[in-house]
Design a protein around this ligand. Structure first.
Ligand SMILES: N[C@@H](CCC(=O)N[C@@H](CS)C(=O)NCC(=O)O)C(=O)O
Length: 245
């Protein structure tokens, strides 16, 4: 199987960690979505990563991919079996993908890191401040009411745990760490989840991806042992997708 998308994306990280949990092997085409070519846009119409290629089948969206992997492949289940727990797991995954995505990615990481780096535009400081002072704390207040003091949400680690914790890695890349005195459950949960081998084993590739220049990135990742595809859907110049102006 192939996953199209950068190791640094929280949504790609979620899918790769879930594939690691299931013991599935994969190759990654580590592109940033803005650099995707026409073929990428044909297969991922919103120009978003991750995209899964499984033989002649392709599907996008991290939640849809994780649900497909659970349906199609045995091994470690990504969602609990009990219908109510299962629904709650899907809700918490959705809360992470949508709300944590807004507060940690679009209003924070994207503003601080991606906007200047990819588009050569200044960060929107007002958005960053609002996210840091209002929106991230409100999201963490909610998480604090939902997350367990020990272990994972539904016993074994699964997609919902990983989806939530994944955004904190990007938060940390842009300089944010949750205050463990104000949100002790959240801080402990995130630390535990990110330290799980299925997630932690991806960290070295993320570091290489973040620190290498675009032109030498593939080579640097290969040298670090990353399982890369031989071909890429990446371009040299970025293009804007229909979702972002
Ligand atoms: N709901 C999607 C969101 C994926 C997403 O937003 N990925 C970001 C990268 S972290 C992206 O591709 N953004 C490009 C854009 O929206 O233009 C999923 O779960 O896969």
């Amino acid at each position: 199987m192939k996953i199209i998308g950068s190791f640094v994306s929280p949504y790609v990280r979620k899918v790769l960690a879930c594939m690691n949990l299931k013991g599935l092997s994969y190759e990654v085409d580590p592109i940033t979505p803005f650099f995707g070519d026409d073929e990428f846009e044909r297969l991922s119409p919103l120009r978003r990563i991750p995209l899964l290629v499984d033989g002649d089948f392709t599907i996008c969206d991290s939640s849809v991919i994780c649900a497909y992997l659970d349906d199609a492949y045995p091994g470690h289940p990504l969602f609990p079996a009990n219908p109510k727990d299962r629904a709650r797991a899907r809700w918490l995954e959705e809360f992470a993908d949508t709300r944590l995505g807004d507060v940690f990615i679009w209003n924070f990481f994207y503003q601080k890191v991606v906007r200047p780096l990819v588009w050569g535009e200044p960060s929107d400081e007002e958005r960053i401040e609002k996210s840091l002072n209002e929106d991230i704390p409100a999201a963490l207040d909610y998480l604090e009411s939902q997350l367990p003091a020990d272990g994972f949400l539904f016993g074994e680690i699964g997609a919902a745990d990983i989806a939530i914790a994944s955004f904190f890695r990007n938060g940390a890349y842009a300089g944010y760490e949750p205050d463990a005195t104000r949100w002790p459950r959240t801080a402990g949960f995130v630390e535990r989840t990110l330290a799980h081998p299925a997630v932690a084993s991806l960290l070295k590739y993320e570091d290489v991806q973040r620190n290498a220049e675009i032109k030498s990135r593939r080579q640097a990742l290969l040298e670090a042992g990353a399982p890369l595809t031989s071909e890429t859907m990446g371009l040299r110049e970025p293009r804007r997708g229909m979702m972002r102006l």
